[in-house]
Design a protein around this ligand. Structure first.
Ligand code: PHE
Length: 459
């Protein structure tokens, strides 16, 4: 049975358009801001290895599952799950998967926007020459001055959210396709220039060794690596599903997935190679936390040839990368508001923007007045403030859980004829995919969870 449904929100104009949009969603702060700092906090080598294994064995198969579910349902993730559950004669309770994704999207965007605001502020700082010839201490104190000022953070957070809502209200297709087409290669180029600078620091090999030499790892770190594989590929919350729902039939999901995953991984590894040599060359702390790139990259830009130009362009592109991810975070909610409430995209974007803006206050205060307000959840984590809790619960709990349920639905509950028809790929590829989503992915996610809560002892 072939699904003839069409999306009321339109379609991508071509396969390339879809790949660009999905890559735009995947490549973002996760690659350039988060990957280096969590790698630094979790000791490097082994963490990176676990992350890469998770991309290959969990991320790629789940991405294929999410795209195929989206394309078959052709609606917001909530309604897609309702339709497919009905079609496959499964419980209507599966809409909960769509809901969890919508909630995760709000929560992630609320802090994503604050961090993107930091990047925005750094565009102006770099352009004004604030980093020319600066020392490591100088960069750190400039960063400290920014995050300790809630009013400035609020202003940038507001600006970034307004930018996001403008694009969202116009529909993801317009503007987005061309933005990604030119911005992504440019970002890659500037990242390569920064890596080239890192090679001149005399600590390049030390940086590489940190990234790629295996060492010790904890159960928590394994969870964080797995969670990051979901986060960086935009999986487990419906972003890729909703983008899949705009994908015309007959386009290969397998090929697109590989291209997106490779582009995403390359950007993350390059970011690591750019940053760690600078960390070691300046005696900085790899475990500096969320401020890591803001304390290291300005050093590179402050000392390289044409650093003001390179640095300013770099932060502009980082903002663009964050922008194209942010719109996908909120697209599941917007599509649902349009479908079920009959709102125009503009109204939907305004409502979503208001809720996200309010939630973002928690993250803003986490870096200043609420910095020391921390709590613990038994078995899960200790002493995390608002931002750290939000990050942990979304990336390391909600996204992997979402992925687990997507795998179960696609491989165990959908008829083989439906998934085969939708994936429409070579038999060996189909079989391998089915095996991975049916057994490997669910088992891996469950083992990592059980390990963290101490039911089993892996590490
Ligand atoms: N993948 C994006 C990044 O790496 C973040 C994101 C997560 C976007 C989940 C959409 C959904 O920055």
């Amino acid at each position: 049975m072939t699904s003839k449904r069409v999306s009321i929100h339109g379609q991508w104009s071509s396969r390339v358009a879809f790949i660009l949009a999905a890559t735009g969603s995947a490549v973002g702060l996760g690659n350039i801001w988060k990957f280096p700092y969590i790698t630094g906090e979790n000791g490097g080598g082994t963490f990176v290895l676990v992350y890469l294994v998770c991309i290959a064995l969990i991320g790629i198969p789940i991405m294929m599952a999410e795209i195929l579910i989206g394309r078959r349902g052709r609606q917001s993730p909530i309604n897609t799950m309702a339709t497919l559950a009905h079609e496959e004669q499964r419980s209507r309770g599966w809409v909960a998967l769509g809901w969890m994704g919508v909630i995760a999207g709000f929560l992630i965007l609320s802090y994503y926007s604050v961090i993107a605001g930091w990047a925005l502020s750094y565009v102006f700082r770099t352009a004004s020459g604030a980093f020319i010839g600066v020392t490591a201490d100088g960069v750190s104190s400039l960063f400290g001055a920014l995050v300790s000022d809630p009013e400035r953070l609020l202003a940038w957070h507001t600006i970034f959210l307004v930018m996001t809502m403008i694009v969202v209200s116009r529909g993801v297709k317009h503007g987005l396709e061309s933005a990604v087409r030119y911005m992504m290669p440019a970002l890659l180029f500037l990242l390569l220039m920064t890596v080239a600078y890192s090679m001149t620091t005399g600590h390049f090999m030390q940086g590489l060794a940190f990234l790629f030499t295996p060492g010790k790892i904890t159960g928590q770190a394994i969870l964080i690596a797995m969670g990051h594989a979901f986060f960086t590929l935009s999986l487990g919350m419906g972003a890729i599903m909703v983008y899949g729902s705009y994908l015309p039939r007959g386009m290969s999901i397998t090929q697109a997935t590989f291209m997106i995953a490779i582009a995403d991984t390359v950007v993350a590894l390059l970011a690591g190679m750019a940053i760690f040599p600078i960390v070691f060359a300046n005696g900085l702390e790899p475990a500096a936390g969320p401020g890591l790139i803001f304390k290291t990259l300005p050093l590179a830009f402050g000392h390289m040839e044409a650093g003001t130009l390179v640095g300013t362009s770099f932060f502009i592109l980082l903002v663009f990368a964050a922008w194209t991810s942010a719109i996908s975070l909120i697209e599941p909610a917007v599509a649902w508001l349009v479908e079920n409430w009959g709102l125009s995209r503009i109204n939907a974007a305004v409502w979503v923007g208001i809720v996200t803006w309010l939630l973002g206050l928690g993250t803003i205060f986490s870096f200043n007045i609420w910095e020391d307000k921390t709590w613990s959840i038994p078995f899960l984590f200790e002493n995390k403030n608002f931002f750290d809790t939000l990050d942990f619960l979304t990336a390391n709990v909600m996204l992997p859980l979402g992925g687990l349920f997507i795998a179960i639905f696609a491989a165990w509950l959908m008829r083989d004829s439906s998934t085969r028809d939708e994936l429409n790929t070579r038999e060996t590829v189909y079989r391998l995919w089915h095996f991975l989503v049916k057994y490997v992915t669910p088992v891996a996610v469950i083992i990592v969870f059980l390990n963290v809560i101490g039911v089993i002892h892996l590490k």
